[in-house]
Ligand binder design. Structure first.
Ligand code: UDP
Ligand code: MG
Length: 324
């Protein structure tokens, strides 16, 4: 294998994409064929899609053994589906992309060249303008902030629906066995040498609405900050300390004023008491809920809840992968 030769593994989580997946695969084929010396495999993970995308995948896989199909028994979400695909990767570089033509596959080399040159372990698309619903833009912004604060993510680093990882990063990610996978956190846990590459995101190929419902986005958000960080717990500790110090000072003031002006009841009036009660009560419940969230996740992890369950696979014979 000379320096410029390598095997690329494309991993595509598939959900409601019976109308677009063929075009995505076709674009991969034509992009890779632009240069000599690259072999590839396309690992399509059917995340228990309600449409007939599995039929399309099985048909394509019957025509071309480079297309591998992993059929999940339950809908586990994008990140779990990607991890299911990673388990079957045989290439040197792993490309993550979406199934709905939104990832600009034609820009593949912009991600691959800097990584293949050895300067970076990963590269990710950084989109100039986001084409998605307002609340998703807002959600992405929050997710980015959470990533920067909770995961110590470098500023200006976006993980989009198009990225490329060196194989060792994927192998490292595969060591994570807990439920609630969060890809961004897993990549950042493995390497810091990640290159953002500016490019343009495309619209969905079929004009459908996003498969990422508000509920799924929220679940992902919780995965993001609880899976790799205990900073939220520290924040509640700091708020607790601040409230305690403030309360102590206020108590001192109240007692001293009472001693100086025994006739005054104003300083311990109803309003101040109820305000303090409500604020503190709210904070206590909030931090209890937070602790509960962590404990619940520990409990479910201890239960060995699976990240995903595979119903069947096609073309995944490891010997076949080596022949490519
Ligand atoms: N996806 C998935 N499982 C789901 C929802 C989405 O695997 O339950 C995948 C989907 O196949 C696609 C990616 O996540 O490859 C992004 O989904 P979508 O295009 O619906 O969301 P958006 O582009 O708006 O983020
Ligand atoms: Mg999409």
């Amino acid at each position: 294998m000379n320096e410029k030769q390598a095997k690329l593994s494309f991993v595509i989580p598939c959900y409601r994409s019976e109308d677009t997946i063929e075009a995505v695969i076709e674009e991969i084929r034509s992009t890779v064929s632009q240069r000599d010396g690259y072999t590839y495999e396309i690992i399509c993970v059917n995340d228990s899609s309600p449409d007939r995308v599995l039929d399309v995948l099985l048909r394509l896989a019957a025509e071309d053994t480079r297309i591998k199909v992993i059929d999940l028994a339950k809908n586990m979400g994008k990140h779990a589906a990607i991890l299911a695909g990673y388990a079957f990767v045989t290439g040197d570089y792993v490309v993550n992309l979406d199934d709905d033509c939104q990832s600009p596959v034609c820009e593949l080399w912009k991600l691959l060249d800097p990584v293949q040159s050895g300067a970076y372990d990963a590269a990710t698309a950084k989109y100039r303008k986001k084409k998605q619903a307002f609340w998703k833009n807002f959600g992405s912004w929050i997710n980015m902030k959470v990533g920067t604060v909770m995961l110590n993510k470098p500023k200006n680093m976006y993980f989009e629906n198009f990225s490329l990882l060196k194989r060792f990063v994927v192998d490292e990610i595969l060591r994570y066995k807990n439920p609630y996978p969060y890809l961004e956190g897993l990549v950042l846990r493995a390497t810091g040498r990640i290159l953002p590459v500016e490019m343009e995101e495309r619209d969905r190929g079929d004009g459908k609405a996003t498969g990422y419902t508000f509920r799924k986005s929220l679940a992902l958000f919780f995965n993001g900050f609880t899976a790799f960080s205990v900073k939220p717990l520290r924040v509640s500790t700091v708020i607790g300390i601040a409230a305690a110090v403030g309360g102590f000072i206020w108590a001192l003031v109240a007692v001293i004023r009472k001693l100086i002006h025994p006739e005054s009841v104003r300083i311990l009036g109803y309003t101040s008491i109820i305000v303090v009660l409500l604020i503190l009560g709210g904070l206590i419940l909030l931090s209890l809920g937070l602790i509960g969230e962590y404990i619940g996740r520990i409990y479910i992890s201890l239960n060995n809840s699976p990240q995903y369950v595979i119903r069947q696979t096609v073309n995944t014979d490891p010997e076949e992968g080596k022949n490519d």
